[in-house]
Write a protein that binds this ligand. Structure first.
Ligand SMILES: C[S@@+](CC[C@H](N)C(=O)[O-])C[C@H]1O[C@@H](n2cnc3c(N)ncnc32)[C@H](O)[C@@H]1O
Length: 353
């Protein structure tokens, strides 16, 4: 058994967490104000130069630059006359390269965006109600999209290729594919790239997400279509595959949505769920994946799920047995884990009708 930590150790841990929170919120400032992008794209800057380049206040820019240097993200170059600050290449990748699998500025944006809702979250925690996805607003919606986009864009094809049976079934002419809970549509666009002969449609209940998905598809030159509907009402006997990327744990009524997905399949069709790769059982203390997922759950996913009456209230930490229970209740005969490795924090399941 791990020895119980003393108060000094707990205090030290909370202090370190506060320092991490400061880092995250400072990253959010640098991201949203365009400071990192300016340092990455236009090179090192003094506070006056950065303020002019980004149309922001010099005094605030100075404080942020100094904070970023003392926390070790920026490097100070002081020639005795002017203090300039450099964003090293590795930090530039993590904080500004939206195509990199290491791009994590959206993680700061997501937690900052969720924290804005703290008064509503406190009310919800007291009353057993929720805070809906659309109430979280632009920062949460956009950061969700930005965080998953490089994975869909760069890795989905390789990931699916690890499940050759599935891929071969979807390569036939006139295949139809649904992407439910598609959000900003990046998964839908990537599916269409992987299966160019298929008709791929994204579905989401959130109007702002569908608007964004249509813009993203147009900007990407993709012919995918999007429909603003609740996935509990999918058309019958229509699809050869229904994909659900990182959304089942958010659904207030997952059994209804999975039953709808099941009846929307054509003969031989299949449902693929990508969700968090959490452990099979609750066994604290847990690894960082589980710590992160409980964080999303406390601040976003559980309140989102609980914003509807009689919600399943799953939360982000949807364990394998929970998904299997939903699938069996929805009429599926079995759930298997697809042999897909190395796709971020995610696991792929196939639901067999
Ligand atoms: C965490 S986001 C995931 C978005 C996207 N699949 C991704 O991986 O980035 C969950 C999405 O599920 C959508 N959603 C929730 N309930 C839904 C429902 N009943 N029908 C369709 N979409 C739903 C939300 O609007 C949101 O866009």
């Amino acid at each position: 058994m791990t020895p119980e930590p003393n108060a000094d150790a707990v205090a030290e841990r909370i202090l370190q967490a506060a320092l991490g929170t400061i880092d995250l919120l400072a990253v959010h400032l640098g991201d949203r104000l365009g400071w990192y992008r300016s340092l990455a794209g236009e090179g090192p800057a003094s506070s006056s130069e950065l303020a002019v380049r980004t149309n922001t206040s010099e005094r605030y820019a100075r404080e942020w630059l100094e904070q970023q240097a003392i926390t070790g993200i920026l490097v100070l170059n002081d020639d005795g006359d002017t203090r300039r600050f450099t964003l090293p290449a590795a930090a530039a990748e993590v904080l500004t390269d939206s195509n990199s699998l290491n791009y994590l500025a959206p993680l700061a944006r997501m937690f900052a965006g969720a924290a804005v809702q703290m008064p509503a979250l406190l009310d919800a925690y007291r009353a057993g109600t929720g805070v809906g996805w659309s109430d979280f607003g632009e920062d949460v919606l956009q950061s969700q999209a930005d965080m998953n986009r490089p994975w869909f864009h760069r890795e989905l094809e390789r990931a699916l290729n690890q499940a050759p049976d599935l891929v071969s079934r979807l390569q036939a002419e006139e295949t139809t594919i649904a992407d439910i809970g598609c959000g900003a549509g990046w998964s839908t666009i990537s599916l269409a790239r992987r299966f160019p002969t298929a008709k791929v449609t994204g579905f989401d209940v959130d109007a702002a997400s569908i608007d964004l998905a249509r813009v993203n598809a147009a900007d990407s030159g993709s012919a995918v279509e999007f429909e603003h509907i609740d996935a509990a009402g999918l058309p019958a006997d229509r699809f050869d595959a229904v994909f659900a990327f990182e959304c089942i744990h958010d659904l207030p009524y997952p059994v209804e949505v999975l039953a709808s997905a099941r009846q929307s399949l054509r003969t031989g069709g299949t449902v693929v769920v990508m969700d968090e790769a959490v452990a099979d059982a609750f066994q604290p203390p847990c690894d960082d994946v589980e710590r992160l997922m409980y964080g999303f759950s406390l601040l976003i996913c559980l309140p989102d799920g609980m914003s509807h009456p009689n919600s399943a209230a799953t939360g982000t930490v949807m364990r394998r047995a929970t998904l299997s229970g939903y699938a069996l209740a929805a009429g599926f005969r079995d759930v298997r884990v697809l042999p897909i490795e190395g796709f971020g924090f995610f696991r792929f399941y196939e639901l067999l009708p």
